[in-house]
Design a protein around this ligand. Structure first.
Ligand code: DAT
Ligand code: MG
Length: 135
């Protein structure tokens, strides 16, 4: 166990479908802390930086246009094991495979619009926090 910070983002479909309150409540219920939070648009530059590992893949252009299609809620979440705990709350990448009771399992149907982003490691988290909130 270790105290960690992670970067999370309720994606445009999650905001549009009014799941912000429910998602925030799940984060608080498990005992994690929301340190920073803002409703805002993702810029094309931030989208490209966040998803640079997927550049060139068939779904890349769709991913960038989806993430920039409407307001998101970006967050810094902290606590013991924050990275893995948020990944557990989120569920599998493809909502179709995500277990019931997870955010993606409960609020999404496809991999194209999968409700929430969460960092996959402490290193990615620090990089993503800098991309979205500045150094
Ligand atoms: P995660 O968001 O669970 O960390 P990832 O980092 O592998 O998953 O991919 C980033 C996002 O890219 C993911 O949330 C949705 C999209 N994506 C991944 N694989 C995809 C695919 N095969 N088809 C469409 N979108 C995909
Ligand atoms: Mg990822």
């Amino acid at each position: 166990m270790a105290f960690e910070r992670t970067y999370n983002m309720i994606k445009p479909d999650g905001v549009r479908n009014r799941h912000v309150g429910d998602i925030i409540s799940r984060i608080e219920r498990v005992g994690l802390t929301i340190e920073r939070m803002e409703l805002t648009m993702v810029t094309p530059e931030q989208a490209a930086e966040n998803y640079r590992e997927h550049e060139g893949k068939p779904f890349y252009e769709g991913l960038i246009s989806y993430i920039t299609s409407g307001p998101v809620v970006k967050m810094v979440v902290s606590g013991e094991n924050a990275v893995a705990t948020m990944r557990k709350l989120m569920g599998a990448t493809n909502c179709a495979q995500a277990a019931p009771g997870t955010i993606r399992g409960d609020f999404g149907l496809t991999v194209d619009e999968n409700v929430i982003h969460g960092s996959d490691s402490v290193e990615s988290a620090e990089r993503e926090i800098a991309v979205f909130f500045g150094a």
